[in-house]
Design a protein around this ligand. Structure first.
Ligand SMILES: [Ca+2]
Length: 212
């Protein structure tokens, strides 16, 4: 065995080791600035119903220095922000997406709520599915300073050529005043198992070449 074939073997073995390690349920994070630690709303697409409703705050973050705040002072409106069209080319039908975040705040009385909603996006607009995570308003603590962690699984059932969208908000009924804080927002998908197959396929090709 010459030095060249030895090094080829080493590279192939390293490739397989890498492929096997990444196939073991590693997760890809799809959000940008889900922890608000840029100190601004980079990564968040905003839909305010009045000026100045959405901001970052250093007051009682769940982690780090900053949390996001949606303080909706307009009755009968939904002040929302989104991690919009994330994961294009990284998320596929059959993937189990894990969505998690921390929330605290207070609901306007009467009729204030906050929802987390998730959408499967088509390229060019429209969706192939979506809905309210957990099917109900977020069950936040009665203490507006106490954080609650929410975690949801969503299995992709349709076309996600436009990626996926996570939408969080502060929604009012007849009275204004739903004031929501969010932090540690995360949307992850498993790394594709096909990466391991590519590694093994490459090894098979090398083996075939050595025999030739
Ligand atoms: Ca934070």
């Amino acid at each position: 065995m010459n030095l060249l074939s030895l090094s080829t073997r080493f590279v192939a073995a390293a490739a397989v080791a890498t492929a096997l390690s990444t196939s073991a349920s590693a997760q890809i994070e799809l959000t940008t600035n889900g922890d608000f630690e840029t100190g601004d709303l980079t990564g968040w697409t905003q839909f305010e119903t009045g000026p100045g409703q959405q901001s970052v705050t250093t007051s009682n973050p769940s982690a780090g220095t900053y949390a996001g705040n949606i303080n909706n002072d307009v009755a009968l409106s939904n002040s929302l922000w989104k991690q919009a069209n994330i994961g294009i080319g990284q998320v596929a039908i059959g993937d189990k997406v894990t969505i998690s975040f921390d929330a605290r705040g207070s609901y306007a009385v009467p009729g204030g709520v906050a929802f987390a909603e998730f959408f499967q996006e088509l390229s060019g607009g429209g969706t192939s599915g979506g809905g309210i995570l957990g099917g109900a308003p977020l069950a936040i603590s009665g203490d507006p300073e106490e954080w609650t962690t929410f975690t949801f699984d969503w299995t992709i059932t349709g076309d996600v050529s436009g990626g996926v969208t996570l939408q969080l908000g502060a929604t009012n009924g007849p009275a204004g005043g739903t004031n929501m804080f969010y932090d540690n927002v995360s949307v992850t998908v498993p790394e594709p198992a096909s990466m391991a197959l590519v590694g093994l396929g490459g090894l098979a090709m090398l083996a075939r070449r050595r025999k030739a």
